[in-house]
Design a protein. Structure first.
Length: 98
C-alpha cells in the first residue's frame, strides 16, 4: 500500500485518520465568488466624501426625496418631531400597586 501511494503521489494513511486532503484538493472558491458580484461603482456620495464638504454636487434621487418629505409636511403627514428633553419622573409614581 505504501509503494502504491508513492507511485500515484497520494498520502499513505493506514489508520484512516481524517487529514483534510479532500478539502485541500478542491479548487479555490474565492475567485469564483468575487467574480459573481459586480464591481462597485463610485457614487456621488463617495465623491463628496473624498473631496470634502466644499464640493457642490447634485443628486437627483436625494433631491426628489427631500421634495417628497416637504410635500408630506405641507399636508400635515410628515414624521412627528422627536422629544427634546428626557422624560421626568414624578415623585411617588413608581410605588407598588395594590
Amino acid at each position: 500500500m505504501s509503494a502504491q501511494c508513492q507511485v500515484f503521489a497520494t498520502n499513505f494513511n493506514p489508520n484512516g485518520v481524517r487529514m483534510g486532503n479532500k478539502v485541500l484538493r478542491q479548487r479555490l472558491r474565492g475567485p469564483a465568488l468575487a467574480a459573481y458580484y459586480p464591481r462597485r461603482v463610485a457614487t456621488i456620495k463617495d465623491v463628496r466624501e473624498e473631496f470634502g464638504p466644499g464640493l457642490d454636487t447634485w443628486e437627483d434621487a436625494e433631491e426628489d426625496r427631500f421634495e417628497y418629505i416637504d410635500e408630506l409636511k405641507e399636508r400635515g403627514k410628515g414624521a412627528p418631531k422627536k422629544k427634546s428633553a428626557p422624560p421626568t419622573t414624578k415623585p411617588g409614581a413608581g410605588g407598588k400597586r395594590r
